[in-house]
Write a protein of this length. Structure first.
Lengths: 392, 310
């Protein structure tokens, strides 16, 4: 274990180096470009054994990853925003073929208008593709999560996305601890693919046409296997904690034991909110934070258990569903809690689109609001667009 | 080069029982390509399209070799990934055999939606043979025009109407586009000249780098002709200069079949329902224009051969 200074992108590239995948097929896109750029330096300097395929688009990046994974390789890539959108078609194919590919992703808003800064619209748009997804709150976590995600993906044959917030994490230098290469290798183990298109003894047709008579059973089996990801993740996260001393639950609670109200947030904003919680706690206010780290699959029971303790919860959504009903986390949270006997009043704050800064005072204002909601016992305003001109 | 007798003893890569139409040239193309490749281990990829649909309906497969299907536009990039994994696993000693890679795609998946993926794969020099089975339209979805559809052909999205006589544009010359990438080998073929196709596959697989064969594959329902005429039409395409058989390697063009007396293009056109409207009175000029363009392209090819011959 050693202490280093790295940006989010450098941390993810370093984890990729230590994982030393068989194939990386990737395409540059701001703000994730550095990940592949740094990784190609590792390739050029012979520090990894990886076959690096510098493809001509993100569509081909993930397509080549699918080919390499079906061929039995350990496979990773990196992208962001429009790149993930261009991969969208192949995300489903990777998941449906049970290929444990891992994407080191940087969250950036989707065009239009074109913008290179953070929001979560890119990954939220892919939430039904069958990929495990972890939102990270800092560079240390991004580094650790890639390693845990790879282990989980390979154990479950479910592909994984690990994401950081554009610029806020991807380009901000932080102090972090990294493992020795050998520790990472021992942790992830040698990759043993379930099948390989290079296995000449057992020729198979990968990706066949599957019609009304079998498709549904195959999809049902995929959904069933997806529900096993949470346990596999938890095991990997606990094993990783023994190795590193850092444990990352699927859902993190911060100062929630006696809290009346809580913010439910993901990514770097959740770490920022901890500062606000500390300040408000100093003032004697009973506020807490629940951080959504794993978004797919949803840790439903954990979320229910965590959130039903509160009188009021503010969901922080860094994207909108265009359903005229707030953001995706809000919608799904309300859905999960619908059957709970005791449930909090839940409001939504859509914030930070296109990288709009979220300040400590913005978060403090959200706590003010939900304390008011808790006190009044009713919601005055269900959905708030936070920090945008023209909103009160 | 393998003889017919040798080929007849090889294990088939694509077996019968699949659901292609009677007289399908595309399935014959794949079968011949895999036979030609059959002396060495082969892993194939295929784009979504007719051939993938008729040969892989779960729980059946007509393929005796490992086949990877991903999506429509990415046969080349998918096989790029397979080949990349092969290289690294071979370096690590996890794979012992020498394996050759063949990516298949139709003209829709190659000339149109998959052109970028093909371009990228050749530029990156993946050692793979890409075979386009070119049936000159989106046959799988019901005969829509592609950039490989010839002039005036009736398709369901370039219908021969009362004002517009079928496709208004000339076809894209994909083989030339591929040659501009400086591949290790490129050729045009058609299964009617099956030994020519076999020889080209052997040559392509022996070449040190990416190779490409564009195979004109007549389509019974799409072109509209009796199912016993596939080989005849395949040959007529060559004899009328509509589809020249040629190859390109080491900066040189070689035309493999130069008809001493080329047949008129109408001999090829008149057998096919997709060109039926060209024979209505008043459309004579279209056939003349079509013939002139075929001649122009043939003359240009002859000049290229002459200019690059040793």
């Amino acid at each position: 274990m050693k202490t280093v200074a790295k940006t989010g992108n450098e941390a993810m590239a370093y984890a990729m180096k230590q994982i030393n995948p068989d194939v990386v097929a990737a395409y540059p896109i701001t703000p994730a470009t550095e990940v592949v750029q740094i990784f190609s330096n590792y390739v050029a300097d012979g520090e990894v054994d990886t076959e690096f395929v510098a493809v001509e688009s993100e569509h081909s990046a993930l397509s080549a990853c699918v080919g390499a994974s079906i061929a039995g390789g350990r496979v990773m890539t990196s992208t962001s925003s429009q790149g993930l959108a261009l991969m969208h078609e192949i995300l489903y194919i990777a998941a449906g073929n049970r290929l444990p590919i891992v994407i080191a992703l940087v969250n950036r808003s989707l065009s239009a208008p074109i913008n290179i800064h953070c929001d979560h619209s890119d990954t939220m748009g892919s939430r039904e593709a069958g990929w495990m997804h972890l939102y990270c709150a800092n560079s240390q976590e991004a580094y650790d999560s890639l390693i845990i995600a790879l282990k989980t993906a390979e154990a479950t044959a479910v592909p994984a996305i690990v994401s950081t917030d554009a610029f806020i994490l991807s380009h901000a230098m932080e102090r972090l601890e990294v493992l020795e290469d050998s520790d990472v290798q021992n942790f992830i183990g040698e990759y043993r693919p379930r099948f390989s298109a290079l296995d000449l003894e057992n020729p198979k047709t990968y990706g066949p046409l599957d019609l009304q008579d079998y498709f549904f059973e195959h999809k049902r089996a995929q959904i069933d296997d997806f529900s096993k990801v949470l346990d596999a993740y938890d095991k990997a996260a606990k094993d990783y904690a023994e190795l590193s001393g850092r444990y990352y639950p699927a859902l993190e609670e911060y100062k929630t034991e006696d809290a009346d109200v809580a913010i439910f947030a993901a990514g770097s904003t959740a770490d920022t909110a901890k500062e606000v919680v500390d300040d408000l706690r100093d003032q004697g206010r009973k506020v807490g934070l629940v951080r959504m780290r794993m978004w797919r699959p949803l840790p439903v029971e954990q979320i229910k258990k965590a959130l039903t303790k509160f009188k009021a919860v503010a969901v922080m959504d860094r994207s909108d569903t265009m359903a005229d009903f707030g953001g995706p986390v809000f919608l799904e949270t309300r859905g999960m809690l619908y059957d709970s006997e005791e449930k909090p009043l839940i409001t939504d704050y859509v914030y930070g689109l296109g990288g709009r800064n979220i300040k400590l005072t913005d978060i403090a204002r959200v706590y003010d609001d939900i304390e008011q909601v808790a006190k009044a016992g009713k919601i005055e305003k269900l959905i708030t667009y936070l920090g945008v001109r023209g909103e009160e | 080069m393998a003889t017919l007798k040798e080929l007849s003893k090889r294990k088939e890569g694509l077996v019968g029982g699949h659901r292609a139409c009677a007289g399908c040239a595309a399935s014959a193309t794949i079968r011949q390509v895999l036979l030609a490749a059959g002396d060495k281990p082969t892993v194939a990829g295929i784009a979504t399209g007719c051939m993938e649909v008729v040969t892989t309906i779960f729980p059946y497969t007509a393929w005796n070799v490992n086949l990877v299907h991903n999506a429509f536009e990415n046969s080349a990039s998918t096989v790029s990934g397979v080949e990349a994994a092969y290289k690294v696993l071979k370096r690590k000693g996890k794979i012992k055999d020498d394996i050759q890679f063949i990516a298949f795609g139709g003209d829709g998946g190659t000339y149109d939606i998959g052109l970028q993926a093909l371009s990228g794969a050749i530029e990156r020099r993946h050692k793979m043979l890409y075979v386009c089975y070119d049936n000159e339209a989106y046959m799988n979805t019901g005969y829509q025009r592609s950039s490989a559809t010839p002039y005036c052909a009736h398709t369901t999205t370039s219908p021969a109407g009362t004002k517009i006589p079928g496709k208004a544009q000339w076809r894209k010359d994909l083989t030339e586009i591929v040659i501009a990438h400086d591949p290790a080998y490129a050729a045009q073929a058609t299964p009617g000249y099956y030994m020519d196709l076999i020889r080209k596959v052997e040559k392509a697989l022996a070449a040190d780098g990416p190779s490409f064969i564009n195979v004109l594959s007549p389509c019974v329902p799409g072109w509209g002709y009796p199912s016993d005429q596939t080989v005849n039409i395949s040959k007529l395409a060559v004899e009328t200069l509509f589809w020249p058989l040629y190859e390109w390697q080491d900066d040189s063009y070689k035309i493999n079949m130069k008809p001493r007396e080329p047949k008129p293009l109408v001999d090829f056109l008149k057998l096919q329902a997709r060109f039926r409207h060209l024979f209505k009175s008043g459309n004579e000029h279209l056939v003349e224009e079509f013939q002139a363009e075929v001649n122009r392209r043939w003359e240009a090819l002859l000049r290229k051969e002459q200019a690059t011959s040793a």
